[in-house]
Design a protein around this ligand. Structure first.
Ligand code: HEM
Ligand SMILES: [Cu+2]
Length: 553
């Protein structure tokens, strides 16, 4: 049995055995910059990612704020047409590749997977650090593209615009994403090998926390889809610099080929963003309801199903590109199929809550926000997957609203849920719970006020990526900008009270939420080597309510 069983953990809460400052932890194991920048500790690497993606989020959010302010008036209140194009491109590129894709996997996956499976570190700790450096290299290229004047192709880099016509730093931006892609691939490999090879004795596949299952599925996508993107972007660079001709009809190429290759990566990539979020919610819901998760194997296998079927639906982004009607029909059908495993998860979370004694804490409120907003995003995805609807609303604000409901309402809300759930574990401090709840409610309301009007705008015909619009759309645009203000406040608050907690928060016990999972059996914050002795797992996952006389390990 590992040293800190759950039994000890609950005693520790009443009378802390030691203050976090005295105990050896990964946080005080060397304070120099060097000890952080050359660390191979998965927990410290997670913190490096946390800091860097918070910075990227701030830049991309600034671009979003500029766009929303611009859209306050029909003529465009702030930006030129060209400036607006550059703002949405930077916003999309940074949010997708430098915030959302690394968010839950690289921060919480890195921190938690070894702890959850009873390992001392990742399978390849130095590769893990290398992934962060590569990621930052990509980030520097993005910042360079921004500083030297930006890019106006949109995050989708469609040819022939990106390969032939666009001005600006297209090559820099493409290289940035190319480099970041390698970081993704290495992280994926590390996750897969770690989960296969480093599980503690007794940690069978059927005992893995679902967070680990969803990260396994995510890692498969990272490894199988990302190379397609990186090669494709490299081809566009070659086309721009050397006139290669892969996407140029005059040279025998085909611009539509780019869209196929891009979406072959980018539809699966939307699951890179959302599967880890589903993993987070699968931990938060049983912990809040104090109940065993309903339908463990359904949730586990539906993650794999999503990862695999997600590869077969990319053509739903190309219904109006001139692809054959036959292909569109098949893609439409498969898109409806891929929604089934997502729906299964939603039913299982709901069934878990049924008759639970639910603790309405901040982390759980964020998890509930995820479920509601994800369902809205998923159902509108089904609408878009129907050819008859998509032909009308393609390239309108309806699509913008759809993917923000999933990526922001869903994935970012779950990221904040994870932050509130595991913050005490990561930093050994409790934050102010009341402020946490206020932030969760603000995010939920602010999000809906921002993005619901965009469904209506799109349905009425407002195209996406326009910097000005007919006056009849103004009311809804003003509403959306107002909501964005609330949402921004909801996002800024945690930054304040979480940072405040680092100095002034109550010391956290090993298991403040009385949750199952090996990560809660080690002190908060965990020692550098995670476990004193290798834990031996004898219990099933989500064995709620916790019986106090036994421990997981
Ligand atoms: C689960 C997570 C999902 C995420 C993160 C996501 C994200 C996105 C994104 C980013 C776009 C816009 C791409 C662009 O043009 O810039 C998009 C469009 C689209 N999504 Fe989703 N989506 C998700 C789920 C679904 C589901 C379940 C379906 C259908 C069953 C779906 C159907 C569509 C369709 C058809 C479009 C294209 C609309 C158009 O451009 O006309 N999505 N989604
Ligand atoms: Cu898609």
């Amino acid at each position: 049995m590992s040293r800190a069983g759950l039994h000890d953990a609950s005693r520790e809460e009443a009378a802390p055995l030691h203050t976090p400052a005295e105990a050896q932890s990964y946080l005080n194991d060397g304070n120099s910059l060097r000890s952080w920048l050359l660390t191979t500790d998965h927990k410290r690497i997670a913190i490096l990612y946390l800091i860097s993606i918070t910075g990227f989020f701030a830049i991309a959010a600034t671009a979003a704020a500029m766009m929303r302010l611009n859209l306050l008036t029909p003529q465009g209140a702030l930006l030129t047409a060209e400036g607006y194009n550059r703002a949405f491109t930077m916003h999309g590129v940074i949010m997708v590749w430098f915030f959302l894709i690394p968010s839950i996997p690289n921060v919480f996956g890195n921190f938690l997977i070894p702890l959850m499976i009873g390992a001392r570190d990742m399978a390849f700790p130095r590769l893990n650090l290398a992934s962060w450096y590569i990621f930052m290299g990509g980030g520097l290229f993005t910042l360079a593209a921004l500083i030297f004047g930006g890019v106006d192709t949109g995050w989708t880099f469609y040819t022939p615009l990106s390969s032939t016509y666009a001005n600006g730093n297209v090559v820099l931006a493409l290289s940035a994403v190319f480099i970041a892609g390698w970081s993704s691939i290495l992280t994926g490999i590390n996750f897969i090998v770690t989960i296969h090879k480093l599980r503690a004795p007794g940690m069978t596949w059927g005992r893995l926390p679902l967070f680990v299952w969803t990260h396994y599925a995510t890692a498969l996508i990272l490894v199988l889809a990302t190379p397609v993107l990186t090669v494709t972007l490299l081809l566009v660079v070659a086309e721009r610099l050397f006139g290669l001709g892969i996407f140029n009809p005059a040279l025998g190429g085909d611009p539509l080929l780019f869209q196929h290759l891009f979406w072959f990566y980018s539809h699966p990539a939307v699951y890179i963003m959302v599967l880890p979020a589903m993993g987070v919610v699968s931990e938060l819901v049983p912990a809040a309801a104090h109940k065993k998760l309903f339908g463990y194997w359904f949730v586990a296998y539906s993650s794999l199903a999503i990862a695999l079927v997600g590869f077969l639906v990319w053509g739903h982004h190309m219904f109006v590109s001139g692809q054959s009607m036959y292909a569109s029909t098949v893609f439409s059908f498969l898109s409806l199929v891929v929604a089934v495993p997502s729906a299964i998860k939603v039913y299982n979370w709901t069934a878990t809550l049924y008759k639970g004694s639910i603790a309405l804490n901040a982390a759980f409120l964020f998890a509930m926000g995820f479920i509601g907003l994800f369902v809205m995003g998923g159902l509108t995805g089904l609408m878009l997957a129907l050819l008859a609807i998509d032909v009308h609303v393609h390239d309108t604000y309806f699509v913008v609203a759809h993917f923000h409901y999933i990526m922001v309402g869903g994935a970012v809300t779950a990221y904040l849920g994870a932050m509130h759930f595991w913050w005490p574990k990561m930093f050994g401090r409790m934050y102010n719970e009341v402020w946490g709840r206020i932030s969760a409610v603000l995010v939920f309301i602010g999000f809906n006020v921002t993005f619901f009007p965009q469904f209506l705008l799109g349905y009425m015909g407002m195209p996406r990526r326009y910097h000005e619009y007919p006056p009849e759309f103004q009311t809804l645009h003003v509403l959306s900008t107002g909501g964005a203000g609330l949402l921004g406040l909801g996002y800024a608050l945690p930054l304040i009270y979480l940072l405040y907690s680092l100095r002034h928060g109550e010391p956290a016990s090993a298991n403040p939420w009385k949750a199952t999972g090996l990560e809660w059996t080690v002190p908060s914050p965990p020692p550098t080597h995670n476990f004193e002795d290798t834990p031996i797992v004898v219990r099933e996952p989500y064995d709620y309510p916790l019986s106090h006389d036994s421990s997981i390990a």
